[in-house]
Design a protein around this ligand. Structure first.
Ligand code: F6R
Length: 585
């Protein structure tokens, strides 16, 4: 959360603004930029999305040095004072920060005692105030040595044209050529501008100018940092769609087809040939939708005869489990930068577990730190709510479970088995839109299911609440009568999920109980309800095809959330209070 970018070169205002637009998914509470030219700082700040900064900017084609920031508020309200860049007391040094400084209260108290004054409430301003004047590598090191927490920092000093930097637990990348230098939270900012880039690792700090790059770790200069090639990016537009979320849901099918093609072409045994055998347990770890994907996959691993559990990354330190050198820990993360998931990985590494990751960003921290990474290849997800990447996570985990069960089987067996699963019919969006409109006035929406459908219900409720801001919850249908039924009145609507014929009668009984109390029930089903249809107010049938038929249900729930959000006037691509990449604990 929060995106930072620094640049040395011509047209810095334009380059930094374009970069901020690419980083906006990391937070959009406010944005700011400081440009240094001829020893003078010019600062622009604006509340709201990055576009709000544009009208304030004075674009200048000449050479300059600049740093910029798009904020997801952690400490302090959304205000101009709390907007980055932040300055030291004599206004000679400024910085942008992504991360959280956990000991900022102690540091601030100390600075106040030493006569420093503060204009805002952020932990980042505290770091700025720790600098006197005259930035040097040594001073950067001595400041960051006093910080506890996470940071990617870019700093400017009025008296020189270098950008100083430091990194711990939050991503930071550098690219440069003879004419320009860029530092940023996301390497995709380099695409089409640079040929290659360097990934900074935790504990590294240094400075960069047009002529020289110096990177240090533990007081020693790093000689040859590893260089990675940049991608040529395809322009990502909306096409015929009104929002990225709808577009990305629509891409699910092609993402899954591409994955099958990949496994088919490379051969599943080849792809996984370096994956060790003999694990006693599979532990799936993630947050939010990624955790929900893990919950579904847990069933696949258990069906494959493997002892399996799924743990929320943020809870791993507080739960009882026996993760050890015989555990295969699978870290699921679209962004590959989720701080809770990274921390959980450190936890498992300490216990000598084998770490496999499933990410949608190949250069991400989680991908780099794991022993083995599976690239989701779902394509960039611009909408904050995860859709096609979530389905891809479930799909790749399905394949992995298959592989662990059938280590010697041929890819052909698998392809034959799964091809039919994703040969699903397109879902009739109009029906879903109609339901969204019909049940829009509900004051409470909740999702029920049984077995794996109750896990789908969990994802359905998450998607709905995050983009439509409606209170939504989920539970296994049998649990209703044990408490939550008290919430039901004529303003409540239930979405019942059914992908298994054996659960239909139980779901129908729950529907009757809800309707008896005035609530409405819509059934999303891939099995024929027959006479039980009468137990529901509305039924949406989704074509079923084999074991992977949950894809249809997932898409239907995602579209339902999308249309509810639209009809409530919410922007599903950038929901309030959220950011795409959660790089704070
Ligand atoms: C929900 C959503 C979030 C993410 C979660 C983990 O739509 O997108 O719940 O799934 O923040 O993010 P990643 O997958 O990037 O680790």
């Amino acid at each position: 959360m929060c995106g930072i970018i620094g640049y040395i070169g011509k047209t810095p205002e334009k380059v930094l603004f374009d970069g901020l637009k690419k980083l906006e998914y990391r937070g959009y509470d406010c944005a700011g930029m400081t440009i240094l030219r001829a020893g003078k700082f010019t600062t622009y700040k604006s509340i709201g999305k990055v576009d709000s900064l544009k009208e304030k900017l004075f674009f200048n084609d000449s050479l300059g040095v600049g740093i910029a920031h798009t904020r997801w508020a952690t400490h302090g309200k959304v205000s101009i004072e709390n907007c980055h860049p932040h300055f030291n007391n004599d206004l000679s040094i400024c910085l942008v920060h992504n991360g959280i400084i956990e000991n900022f209260h102690v540091l601030k108290d100390d600075l106040v005692k030493r006569g420093k004054s503060f204009y805002g409430e952020t932990d980042s301003e505290v770091v700025a105030k720790m600098f006197e004047h005259g930035l040097t590598i040594k001073k950067v090191k001595s400041v960051v040595d006093n910080l506890t927490g996470s940071y990617a920092l870019l700093m400017l000093d009025k008296t020189c044209n270098d950008i100083y930097f430091a990194k711990n637990k939050n991503p930071l990348y550098i690219a440069f050529d003879d004419e320009k230098v860029m530092l940023t939270s996301d390497s995709s900012c380099f695409n089409d501008i640079f040929d290659s880039f360097i990934t900074l690792e935790d504990g590294q700090y240094g400075k960069v100018s047009l002529n020289e790059l110096e990177i240090y770790q533990d007081d020693k200069k790093i000689d040859r940092p590893k260089v990675t090639k940049c991608f040529k990016s395809k322009a990502i537009g909306l096409g015929k769609y009104s929002h990225f979320m709808l577009k990305e849901i629509g891409e699910t099918k092609s993402v899954l087809r591409k994955a099958i093609k990949f496994y088919n072409a490379r051969g599943i045994k080849n792809i996984f040939k370096n994956l060790p055998c003999g694990f006693e347990k599979v532990v799936l770890i993630g947050c939010g939708s990624a955790y929900n994907a893990g919950l579904i996959a847990k069933g696949y691993f258990i069906d494959a005869g493997l002892n399996s559990e799924c743990i929320l990354a943020s809870e791993i330190e507080y739960e009882s489990h026996d993760i050890n050198e015989k555990s295969l820990c699978i870290f699921i993360s679209q962004s590959g930068e989720t701080q809770d998931t990274l921390k959980a990985m450190d936890f498992c590494v300490k216990r000598k577990a084998y770490c496999l990751s499933l990410t949608n960003v190949v250069h991400s921290s989680i991908a780099r730190k794991s022993h083995f990474n599976i690239d989701l290849s779902a394509g960039c997800e611009r909408a904050v709510a995860s859709t096609k990447a979530y389905t891809a996570q479930v799909f790749h985990l399905y394949i992995l479970a298959f592989l662990l069960k059938n280590r010697n089987s041929q890819i052909e067996d698998l392809v034959k088995e799964i091809k039919e699963y994703i040969d699903f019919e397109n879902i009739e969006a109009k029906n879903i839109e109609h339901f969204a409109k019909k049940y829009l006035k509900s004051r409470l929406l909740f999702f029920i299911g049984k077995g794996k459908d109750s896990i789908l219900a969990r994802e359905g409720a998450l998607k709905l609440k995050e983009i439509s801001y409606l209170p939504a919850f989920d539970l296994p249908s049998g649990e209703l009568k044990h408490g939550s039924i008290a919430l039901i009145d004529k303003f409540a609507t239930c979405i019942a999920i059914c992908s298994q014929a054996k659960t239909l009668s139980k779901i129908a009984s729950s529907a009757e109980e809800i309707r008896a109390r005035g609530g409405k029930v819509i059934l999303f089903s891939s099995v024929d309800a027959g006479e039980l249809e009468d137990c529901f107010d509305d039924v949406l049938y989704l074509k079923s095809s084999g074991k992977f038929d949950i894809v249809n249900l997932i898409i239907a729930m995602q579209k339902f959330a999308y249309f509810v959000a639209i009809k409530r006037g919410c922007n599903p691509d950038m929901p309030r209070n959220l950011a795409k990449s959660v790089t704070v604990e």
